[in-house]
Design a protein around this ligand. Structure first.
Ligand code: MRU
Length: 341
């Protein structure tokens, strides 16, 4: 399994996912702006993974600060956190990680600068470790859905590359495979940046899971033909009432799933639930650069001067969702608000 991010020898190493599946190269980040840039440019992506990266970014940024007093430290720390929060707006995991680090610093009011640096580093590593555990629990809870012989459809990449460990959507699949259950996965290529084609198929093939790559436009026809038994997708943000923001195209799949009576599940850790908001309208939807649409892997496919709208995410209303697979179990969207800790 490829590690998406690692803290080693006082530096953060990020697997450059923009080069996959062709090259495996890690970017060495020596300070927080490099981590922020890697998040913005999708070198690391996927909601839990960018939460972990942002936390490590803050930890390494704090480590490099040359200030003596606690108040100078806190001021600089807040600006580093702001930089991380501005990288990508839709996944709530970045804000979740930043809030967690802020609370920790607040609760350690007696500690000096060097102690705070150490505390932040330990917490960032803990966020990574916990995510690995969380993935495993999501996998165990989702496992009963993976019945012998079924065909699953997934979109984008909610695999190990998008998290610290087993992935969210892929966790039940990896465990099912380990247990010898046979099943097959259709993978949407996921335009514009092809996370499905480049990343999810790579992960499934590596794990020995039978999979087939399809164009995004094929999903509806396959459902209509009765070739899909189950859909599982990830989430960037789940609201209190169970609306789900995820990679653009997820909403279309959910509507088609309902039309064709196919169970539609979302796999997401509690860190992707935004208990502060009720409805989907409150979720900021990231719009990304035009060249992601006018080019494919650097090759221009559209005429110069064409207008482009590139929304990275859409929102699926709770009513289309059969269940949300979390580390605490599978819940219907209307049960989500009860999970608030
Ligand atoms: O733009 P991306 O690649 O960060 O989008 C990723 C997704 O939409 C995933 O489905 C989501 O973050 C869940 S990852 C476990």
């Amino acid at each position: 399994m490829l590690k998406s991010i690692e803290w080693k020898d006082g530096r953060v190493f990020i697997l450059d996912q923009s080069l996959l599946p062709h090259r495996i190269e890690y970017i060495e980040c020596n300070d927080y702006p490099e981590v922020a840039e890697a998040i913005k440019t999708l070198k690391i992506r996927g909601a839990p993974a960018i939460g972990i990266a942002a936390a490590m970014g803050v930890a390494i940024g704090a480590e490099r600060l040359k200030v003596e007093t606690r108040s100078e430290f806190l001021k600089s720390l807040n600006s580093i956190i702001e930089v991380m929060l501005r990288t990508r707006p839709t996944a709530v995991n970045i804000r979740w990680a930043m809030d967690r680090l802020k609370r920790l610093v607040d609760s350690n009011s007696g500690k000096d600068v060097s102690e705070l640096k150490e505390i932040l580093k330990r917490e960032a590593l803990k966020i990574l470790e916990e995510d690995i555990e969380t993935n495993r629990s999501i996998g165990l809870h989702g496992l009963p859905l993976i019945k012998e012989g079924i065909n699953i459809l997934t979109h984008c990449n909610a695999g190990s590359l998008a998290t610290g460990g087993y992935g969210t959507v892929t966790a039940p699949m990896f465990i099912a495979r380990e247990k010898g259950i046979r099943f097959h996965v259709f993978v949407d290529e996921t335009r514009p940046v092809l996370q499905g084609a480049r990343l999810t198929t790579l992960e499934l093939l590596k794990a020995g899971i039978d999979c087939t790559l399809i164009t995004d436009n094929s999903a509806g026809a396959l459902m209509k033909k009765g070739l899909i038994d189950l859909i599982i997708v990830g989430a960037d943000r789940v609201t209190r009432r169970g609306d789900v923001a995820n990679k653009i195209g997820t909403y279309s799949l959910a509507v088609l799933a309902k039309e064709n009576n196919i169970p539609f599940y979302v796999a997401a850790p509690l860190s992707s639930i935004d208990f502060k908001i009720e409805s989907a309208e409150e979720i900021p939807i990231e719009e990304r650069p035009a060249d992601e649409v006018t080019t494919i892997m650097g090759i221009r496919i559209a005429p110069e001067g064409v207008k482009v709208k590139n929304m990275a995410f859409d929102v699926t209303p709770a009513g289309y969702i059969t269940g949300i697979i979390t580390e605490k179990g599978i819940f219907t969207p209307d049960e989500i608000s009860r999970l608030q800790g």
